[in-house]
Design a protein around this ligand. Structure first.
Ligand SMILES: [Zn+2]
Length: 210
């Protein structure tokens, strides 16, 4: 079978020691090092020590809900799916239900929210996030999943209400996307996470096919 796509858009962050991390926390910065090279041995081998919420990654409900599902329970059908990128680059601070009102969001859609986070150097601090009214709307619409170009879907909301509303509705959460190259449109999303049984998150090389 011949698969043909006009375009493959990489919407993930390269993982290097100096990438932006959530709130700039030093412990979230990845540490990469070589354990063997051709000066010390006969092969080249590297290691990485990284928080699972660093870089582009998927969260499972366990991240915010005690007893919630772990990474091995996520269905691949939900990670490899059609999706829609919504352009919300006009939003200044946080995405509210009003910002999504005219986007005609339908049940079982996977929605990717493109914001000014993809253009400006604000990922470590005042990034645009999903405010709880928008999370409630997405949960009510019974979406399959939501992705955003921030390292967390929310900040400064006591009780992490946006995470809980979305996990409570069975939605998948994809964080750390880079959406500069993706216009508002429909795509195929490839976002299978590394299977780390027991974990609450895992790295993803997220791609859009057009
Ligand atoms: Zn996360």
């Amino acid at each position: 079978m011949l698969l043909k796509f006009d375009k493959i858009i990489d919407i993930s962050m390269p993982v290097s020691a100096d990438i932006p991390v959530y709130k700039g926390k030093p412990e979230k910065r990845p540490r990469l090092y070589t354990v063997s090279d051709y000066n010390t041995g006969h092969i080249y081998e590297s290691c990485i020590d990284m928080n699972l919420h660093t870089g582009t990654h998927m969260d499972s409900p366990l991240h915010m809900l005690q007893g919630g599902a772990r990474m091995e329970s996520l269905r691949l059908e939900d990670c490899i799916t059609s999706c829609r990128v919504l352009d919300l680059t006009n939003v200044v601070d946080k995405i509210t239900a009003d910002d999504l009102a005219d986007k005609d969001i339908r049940e079982n859609e996977f929605i990717l929210l493109k914001t000014r986070n993809s253009y400006e150097d604000i990922l470590e601090k005042d990034f645009v996030f999903i405010e709880k009214s928008a999370a409630a709307l997405l949960a009510e619409k019974k979406i399959k999943g939501v992705g955003i170009d921030a390292l967390g879907i929310e900040r400064e909301q006591p009780g992490h209400e946006s995470h809980k509303l979305l996990f409570g509705a069975g939605a998948i959460i994809l964080e750390g996307l880079r959406l500069k190259d993706a216009d508002e449109d429909e795509y195929i999303l490839l976002a299978a996470p590394v299977n780390i049984p027991g974990a609450e998150a895992a790295p993803v090389r997220a791609l859009l096919l057009k």
